[in-house]
Design a protein around this ligand. Structure first.
Ligand code: MSP
Length: 525
């Protein structure tokens, strides 16, 4: 979980006789919706894989999960990209949106919905939301004169530019815009936002990003222009159809459209405001300043949680559509396999920090953690069960030293996943794997005569593999299934429920253990 809040507040434990029940929590997680300016790259995949892993974790602990991703299809940036291809914007986005969906399928992303802002359901929600804000008196008309970066789809003040008039993110020239616009009275929300952030100290994590949002608010908020007449690629303003909404204003509302805002109040209230927005650090202002103010203006609660992450860098630069340094997720999957790519993204670039992406990084993590540790544990256990136990896995022993290490690791991994820190959760999980390999090396069951001592060591290693396959479901769902199957278990690790399934002693023994090709053969850099 990303900080405590309403979702967690409804998670209660209570007893009725000797049976303990846990109320099901709602967990609504979103990625930013990606611009369909170009094909998806590994930077987009970074957010999506993290959101998917968090969604899978919450399913494992029994939460009711709704995981949303999608595409942001309006605005000048997309319209220009289409024009460059000689296509109408809708024809262009119809080509590009499925490429995002298929990249996510290649990465084994299990989103519950995929929203496109060009869908009719979205136009309806945007118009309803903005009409509420208009009715509440927070919209007015004026002329806008300002500097605009099309790549950011954002206005900048002179003082924010770098290098003599360049956008601070893209380092490209900004454009001068002047037109009659509708404005959102953002300035009316300065104190309300400050009060809200003070009452909700973990609404934005990490804390440094919360402070960044708060100091921007405290610096004074200017009203913002929210419509355009210079382009018509957008959602029409319901009370003045010469205008379309500014792309960011339309885009943020996707988070409401997908849960039935303005259509199905019951469904909407099920998921809102206990949402977890996972975003990159360049869009804090939109999500942590504008968006909560827009919600307040429309008369709904601001989003409960925003988790901000850093950038995936290539050669020290942010991987992005506007630069040449992009890598397609599908190319990586073809080269390294889906689970190793997911594992690397989750394990090596902690949510919240920037991280350098490199082929060497993937391969060295793959060899150390997957080939030499997890894969090696599985292979050697299967081999020795084959030679000493006729291929039938023995039951674990209750007094194994590994039992207490497993209990600590399950607790630590749980805490880390709940705090939105996949790298720490995986680090803890790998400690259990390493300890088990060390235990096997000490006991050397491959040299011993078959009997109770060998059974006890192998049974405990199989129990570790059972627990590990559950703990790695969020990161490597397909590998988790394969380990589960090879050690003779029925059903699927993803169907298990924590914390119950993490308790030592669940491996039943008497199951056929399959000796097969290495799950993660070693790779050369
Ligand atoms: N369309 C807006 C978001 C609207 S949300 C209501 C947008 N789109 S984007 O295509 O530019 O995607 C931005 C997001 O993609 C980032 O916030 C981040 O989640 C992800 N990333 C894109 N490049 C990335 C990296 N190089 N590194 C990490 N995340 C990256 O902004």
């Amino acid at each position: 979980m990303i900080g405590p809040g309403p979702a967690r507040a409804i998670r209660r434990r209570w007893s009725w006789g000797s049976v303990r029940y846990r109320a099901v929590s709602k967990y609504y997680i979103t990625t930013p919706i990606y611009y369909v300016k170009d094909a998806p790259h590994v930077g987009h995949a970074y957010t999506t894989v993290n959101a998917d892993a968090l969604a899978r974790w919450h399913r494992l602990i029994g939460d009711d999960v709704f995981f949303l991703t999608g595409t942001d299809e309006h605005g000048q940036k997309v319209a220009r990209a289409a024009e460059e291809q000689g296509l109408a914007p809708k024809a262009w986005t119809d080509q590009l949106a499925p490429r995002f969906a298929s990249a996510w399928a290649e990465l084994n992303i299990a989103n519950d919905d995929f929203i496109r802002t060009t869908e009719p359901r979205h136009a309806g929600a945007v118009q309803h939301f903005l009409s509420q804000i208009n009715d509440n008196g927070y919209i007015f008309k004026d002329t806008y004169r300002g500097l605009y970066c099309v790549s950011c789809e954002q206005y900048y003040g002179e003082d924010e530019l770098v290098g003599g008039g360049l956008c601070p993110i893209h380092r490209t020239p900004v454009e001068h815009l002047e037109e009659e616009n509708y404005f959102f009275r953002l300035s009316a929300f300065e104190q309300k936002l400050i009060d809200w952030y003070e009452a909700n100290p973990t609404a934005v994590v990490p804390e440094s990003k919360r402070n960044e949002a708060l100091s921007f608010i405290k610096g004074g908020l200017r009203d913002i222009s929210i419509t355009r007449t210079s382009i018509d690629w957008g959602v029409r303003v319901p009370w003045d159809d010469r205008h379309v909404f500014y792309v960011w204003y339309d885009a943020l509302i996707n988070y409401l459209t997908a849960i039935g805002y303005g259509q199905d109040e019951g469904r909407f209230e099920t998921w809102w405001p206990a949402v977890h927005h996972l975003i990159g650090k360049e869009i804090i202002r939109f999500h942590c300043v504008w968006w909560p103010a827009m919600c307040m203006a429309a008369g709904i609660e601001p989003p409960a949680h925003v988790q901000v992450h850093g950038w995936l860098l290539l050669g020290g630069e942010k991987m992005s559509n506007s630069s040449v340094n992009q890598i397609a997720p599908g190319d990586l999957v073809a080269e390294y396999g889906v689970d190793p790519v997911r594992y690397h993204l989750l394990r090596d670039i902690p949510l919240g920090s920037d991280g350098e992406f490199s082929a060497e990084g993937i391969v060295s993590r793959y060899n150390s953690d997957l080939a030499n540790n997890l894969g090696n544990l599985l292979s050697r256990v299967a081999t020795v069960v084959g030679s000493k136990c006729e291929g039938t896995g023995p039951a674990p022993s209750s007094d194994s030293r590994l039992a207490s290490i497993a209990a600590t690791v399950v607790a630590e991994a749980t805490q880390a996943w709940n705090a939105g820190q996949p790298n720490l959760a995986l680090e803890a999980t790998w400690r259990l794997i390493r300890e088990t390999n060390a235990e096997l090396e000490k006991a050397e069951p491959w040299k011993a005569e078959p009997g109770p001592a060998v059974d006890s060591v192998l049974g405990s290693a199989l129990e570790v593999l059972r627990i590990v396959s559950i703990l790695v479901v969020p990161a490597m769902p397909a590998s988790a299934e394969e380990i589960w199957r090879r050690i003779g278990l029925e059903g699927s690790p993803a169907e298990q429920r924590l914390p119950e399934a993490g308790i030592w002693g669940g491996y039943p023994g008497g199951r056929p253990v399959e000796k097969a090709a290495p799950l993660f053969p070693r790779r050369k850099v």
